[in-house]
Design a binder for this molecule. Sequence first.
Ligand SMILES: [Zn+2]
Length: 265
Amino acid sequence: MTVQQTTRPCVICDSANSQHYCSYSGLEYVQCNTCHLIYVAKFADNETMYGAYTGGGFKSWRRKFFAPIRRMRSIKGYSHFLQRARDIFAFAKQQVGGHGQKTYLDIGCNKGFLLTAALEQGYDVHGVELVTELIRPFCNTYPQFSEQVYSDKFQDVAKRFADRHFDIITAIDVVEHFEDPLSDLREVHRILKDDGVFVIQTPDIDCRQAGTLGCQWGALKPLEHLHLFGRENFVAFGKKAGFREVLVSDPFEEADGNFVAVLKK
Ligand SMILES: [Zn+2]
């Protein structure tokens, strides 16, 4: 076992005591020897990382070309994705008191299915999505909410909101993408109401696939997934960010192996 000093310490326990985990064309994952967080030792440059999101070349072009005219219903798999979103939103809504004005933020809102599910429940919805084209069909379908979907990094969008603004915040398959997840979680904590709830789903480093597939595990994508958690260290991480209660549970969908966490102030 080789122990190396990485340029970045672990975001959970601040320890620089980590070891090599896997490498992919120049990008290395290390694993913290203390809490077992797996993280990219040194990020790729911004341009390369953003290229991974837009899909590059043809996919990006095709999306840009069709996005201005598309509506939600023309999205392939519309009914399936909307039902999935309704189930996830119902789960989140169960965890919250639900008095007075109902405000919702989806971080990494992708095509806006969770926003749609929240609209059906009478929520005032806000979304954050880095890839502008993804969210265009939602904005075309619900133009009255298009000003409330922001194409920027969460950290920059969060500054718009007062303390204790949201009843429900979700980040489904998103926290693994955060460059500075501790600051991002602290911002979520700040803009969440005292009786609000933050629900996440993220890959689970202790899942069966991670164990059997090693470096072939699908969640290991060093341009996009910068920090990979397990149920145990995520509880410690959530508490470090200021949350009083962090409850982990089985995922909404297995995919490459995920877990869900419900965080309360
Ligand atoms: Zn650690």
